[in-house]
Design a protein around this ligand. Structure first.
Ligand code: UDP
Length: 336
C-alpha cells in the first residue's frame, strides 16, 4: 500500500527539472515547507544560477545532480527512495519544439516513462507537470479537462509537443490505475514570473527584455490571439497540496489564471508598466517560427475542477509580475 503524507510533514523529495524557471520556484517553496530536496537536471534549458542562492542557503537540505534523468534513474538514482517526486523535466517553449522536435518528443516521453517505472516500483507519489498545449487548437473556450483535444497534422512540428505531453498523461493515468500509485497531473496555462527567460520564445520575458532595452516589442501574427498568464508564485504552493489530496490522485487538473488578455494588450501593458518608449511591431508567424506555423487564437482554463478539491485563487497581478521580471532582468545575457 502507498501512504500519502500530508503537505506539512517534513519529506525527502525529488524535483526533476528543478533548475528551470518553474522548478526552481518549486524547490524554493518545498525548502520553505521544511523538506529535504534533491534536484536532477540536465541543464538543457534550466540554469544552475536559478538554484545557486538556494544551494548556499540550504546546503544541508538541498542537493543538485547534473545528469540526464533517465540515465540517473537506472544508475546512481536507481535505489533512491523519496516521499514524493515532482516531475518537471521537459522540453519547454514552442520555439524550441519547432526547432528540435526529435529531442522534444524523446525527452518528454522517455523521461516520464522512466520516472513512472521508478515511482511504481517503489510506491512513490508523483506529480507530473503537463501543459495547456495538450488541448491543441481546440476552440471550445474555456478548456475543460474532459474537453476533446484537436491537434494539427503531423507535418506541423508544433503539435509534437502537445502530442508528447498527452502521451505522458495517458501513461501517468494508466500507471495510477494499474498500480494504485498516487499520481497527479496538472496542465499549466502560460506560467510567468521572475527567472523566466525569453530564450525559448516565451512572450512575457521577451517583451520585458525588449521594453527595457528600447528594442521593438515583436507581436507575432495580428496580436489578437489571447492567453491567460498566471504567476509562478501562485502555482507552486498548490502542487504539494494536490499531491497530498487523495481527491487529486489519478486525475488531470487545469492550473492557471482565467483572466484573458490579447498579445496586443499585453505589449501595451508591458510598455506602459515599464514606462518604455519601445515600438510595437508585427511579425508574420512564418517569419517568427517556421513556414506553415499554426497558432492558437485563444486559450483559457476552466478552473472548476481544481476549485472543487481545494482553494485556488491566483493573486499576483500581471503588472506585478512584469515589474518583478524587469527588476531582475539580465540585459547582458539577452534574456530576463
Ligand atoms: N508571441 C509574440 N511575441 C513573442 C513571443 C510570442 O507575439 O516574442 C506570441 C506567440 O505567437 C503566442 C503568444 O505570444 O501567440 C504566447 O506565446 P508563448 O510562446 O509565450 O506561449 P504559447 O501560448 O504559445 O505556449
Amino acid at each position: 500500500m502507498v501512504l500519502t503524507m500530508t503537505a506539512s510533514e517534513s519529506q525527502h523529495v525529488l524535483v526533476t527539472g528543478g533548475s528551470g524557471f518553474i522548478g526552481s520556484h518549486l524547490v524554493d517553496h518545498l525548502l520553505q515547507l521544511g523538506h529535504r530536496v534533491d534536484v536532477v537536471d540536465d541543464l538543457s534549458t534550466g540554469r544552475l544560477s536559478n538554484l545557486e542562492p538556494l544551494l548556499s542557503k540550504h546546503s544541508d537540505r538541498l542537493s543538485f545532480v547534473h545528469s540526464d534523468l533517465s540515465a540517473w534513474l537506472v544508475g546512481a538514482g536507481s535505489g533512491s527512495r523519496f516521499d514524493a517526486i515532482y516531475h518537471l523535466a521537459a522540453a519547454v517553449g514552442v520555439k524550441l519544439v519547432v526547432d528540435d522536435p526529435i529531442s522534444t518528443i524523446e525527452t518528454n516521453i522517455m523521461q516520464t516513462s522512466a520516472v513512472l517505472g521508478h515511482v511504481t516500483a517503489h510506491g512513490i507519489p508523483l506529480f507530473i507537470a503537463s501543459t495547456s498545449e495538450v488541448y491543441g487548437k481546440s476552440d471550445s473556450i474555456p478548456f475543460h479537462e474532459e474537453s476533446d483535444i484537436t491537434f494539427g497534422p503531423t507535418s506541423r512540428s508544433r503539435w509534437s509537443y502537445a502530442c508528447s505531453k498527452a502521451i505522458d498523461e495517458y501513461l501517468g493515468l494508466a500507471h495510477a490505475k494499474r498500480h494504485g500509485t498516487p499520481i497527479v497531473i496538472a496542465r499549466f496555462f502560460n506560467t510567468v514570473g521572475p527567472r523566466q527567460v525569453g530564450t525559448y520564445g516565451m512572450v512575457l520575458p521577451s517583451f520585458v527584455h525588449a521594453a527595457l532595452s528600447g528594442r521593438p516589442l515583436q507581436v507575432y501574427g495580428d496580436g489578437e490571439q489571447s492567453r491567460c498568464f498566471c504567476d509562478v508564485r501562485d502555482i507552486v504552493p498548490v502542487l504539494p497540496k494536490m499531491l497530498a489530496n487523495v481527491e487529486c490522485h489519478g486525475r488531470v487538473f487545469n492550473l492557471g489564471n482565467d483572466h484573458s488578455i490579447t498579445i496586443n494588450e499585453l505589449a501595451r501593458l508591458v510598455r506602459d508598466t515599464l514606462g518604455s518608449t519601445s515600438d510595437i511591431e508585427k511579425i508574420p508567424y512564418d517569419e517568427a517560427y517556421a513556414p506553415g506555423f499554426e497558432d492558437l487564437v485563444a486559450r483559457a482554463p476552466d478552473l472548476g475542477r481544481i476549485r472543487e478539491v481545494l482553494e485556488f485563487a491566483p493573486s499576483v497581478s500581471l503588472v506585478q509580475t512584469i515589474r518583478d521580471l524587469a527588476a531582475i532582468a539580465d540585459l547582458e545575457g539577452g534574456a530576463s
